[in-house]
Ligand binder design. Structure first.
Ligand code: HEC
Length: 151
């Protein structure tokens, strides 16, 4: 009897684990909003196979709102942040030009110039933390783009 209860418990536990994993979408506080706003009309894969800059995701979300996606301005902003964080456009910070860095990672022009100057003066970046040492760069924004930064 005890063995039976134990195996029932294990099966249910595995089922819960699988359920939590099965949509394959990265976790995050914005995920629920993303599902709510973007899952009504088409498969999520249509969205998650894309890799865009924040600016471009912003225009995609605007476009979807005009097609009938429902959400407040704040919700749209959360969805743009989620997409930009997890499905952003990869940028190699050691080889990209200031303009490519500005556009790909949505940094300000002055920030991208600082990054490139630092690279020219001190050599290639090795890890994400190297970028945080550059004075004048927005750490919060860099963190949002962490997954998209390549070395
Ligand atoms: C009201 C229905 C609806 C909702 C909700 C919706 N979409 Fe769409 N989406 C569409 C339609 C219709 C298309 C196809 C447009 C086309 O083929 O030209 C599309 C296509 C797309 C594409 C593919 C564009 C391409 O060129 O292949 C992306 C990316 C996308 N949607 C993202 C989103 C995101 C992000 C959200 C949530 C903010 C969202 N969609 C919510 C209707 C919707």
């Amino acid at each position: 009897m005890r063995a039976l209860i134990l195996s029932i418990l294990m099966v249910s536990f595995t089922a819960v684990l699988l359920k939590a994993e099965d949509d394959g979408l990265p976790a995050g506080k914005e995920k629920e909003t993303f599902l709510k706003m973007c899952s009504n009309c088409h498969a999520m894969a249509r969205v998650t196979k894309a890799r865009f800059s924040k600016k471009f995701w912003s225009s995609v979300v605007d476009d979807m709102v005009s097609r009938g996606a429902e959400g407040t301005e704040e919700e749209a902003e959360l969805v743009i942040n989620y997409l930009s964080r997890h499905f952003g456009k990869p940028v190699n910070v050691n080889t990209a030009t200031a303009k490519e860095i500005q556009e790909g990672l949505s940094l300000k022009a002055a920030e991208s110039e600082l990054l490139v100057k630092h690279r020219t003066d001190n050599g290639a970046f090795k890890v994400f933390e190297d970028l945080l040492k550059i004075p004048g760069l927005n750490a919060k924004l860099l963190d949002e783009q962490k997954k998209n930064i390549q070395f």
